[in-house]
Every structure is written in C-alpha cells, then in structure tokens.
Design a binder for this molecule. Structure first.
Ligand SMILES: [Zn+2]
Length: 158
C-alpha cells in the first residue's frame, strides 16, 4: 500500500502554492534576525548543517567547538501548539505530515543530547525584537566554555 505521504497535495492549486511559499518566506525572517544578531556578537557558527557528519540530522545553527546546536522551529512545520492549524484542504495528510515532523524532532534532539550536544530550540514566534535579547543571552551563556573540573597536569601543584 502506498504511504499517505505519496499523495502530497503540494501544488493542488496556485493559491495553495502561493500560501505555502508565503509560509516559507515568513519562517525565514526570524532565523535570519537571530543569525545576524549572533554574528554581530562575534559568535561564529555553521548554518543548516549536520552537527556530526555521521548523523542524518541537520541543525539550523551549529557551534561545533562548543557542542551546541540551535533549532529555529517554524510554527507551521514543527506543529507549534500555539499557532499550528491543520489546513482545511487535505487535512488528514497535513495532520500526519506534521505529527511525523514532531516525532522526528523529538528523536533527533534526544539523539543529539545522548551524544553530548547542548540543544537549544527556539520557536520562530519567540524571535521578535523585544524577545531577542533574552534569546541571545541564553545562546551566549551556552557558548561560554565550561571551566574544566580537573586542573591541567602542567599546572597542578604537587
Ligand atoms: Zn508559534
């Protein structure tokens, strides 16, 4: 039996296509705002890349040396409890699609955490000029190198 996924309604009408493009566009802006703010703070990161090449997981921002990943989750695609509404057309397909995404997000995050990554998830609706400083503070705190618990041998006083 064919998966429900293969009946993607992607281009059912030009209006739907335009709406989906608008969704994509709208969801890009908060991430760009976050990225440029972090860059201005002197933080350097990789964008839309795998934290570990062997894992099939892409994060929006990756700070490899700090073992930190940031996911900026779009309200629609990641099923934001506050803003996600199932589209009326092809509702069953969308419901399954978004539920899949939510399950995959959970899986990916626990996999990354199990491998020692710090994971920060940010809803795109939280990235606004007024809330941005708090988010930046959170990210900056996560990128501060942790002091090593054991002193380095060279400096140990015997
Ligand atoms: Zn939202």
């Amino acid at each position: 039996m064919k998966s429900i996924r293969s009946r993607a309604p992607a281009a059912s009408t030009p209006a739907v296509r335009r709406a989906m493009q608008a969704v994509h566009t709208a969801h890009t802006t908060p991430e760009i705002l976050l990225r440029s703010s972090l860059f201005k703070l002197g933080l350097r990161y990789r964008v839309h890349t795998r934290p570990e090449p062997s894992l099939p997981i892409k994060a929006d921002l990756v700070f490899r040396s700090r073992k930190l990943t940031i996911f900026v989750d779009g309200c629609f695609w990641h099923g934001c409890p506050r803003h996600f509404r199932i589209p009326k057309v092809n509702a069953a397909w969308w419901e399954e699609k978004i539920a899949d995404n939510v399950r995959r997000d959970k899986r990916n995050i626990s996999l990354l955490k199990a491998r020692g990554w710090n994971v920060v998830r940010i809803w795109e609706h939280d990235i606004s000029p007024t809330r941005l400083p708090k988010i930046l503070e959170r990210v900056v705190t996560q990128t501060v190198p942790k002091p090593s618990i054991r002193p380095h041998k060279r400096y140990r006083i015997e």
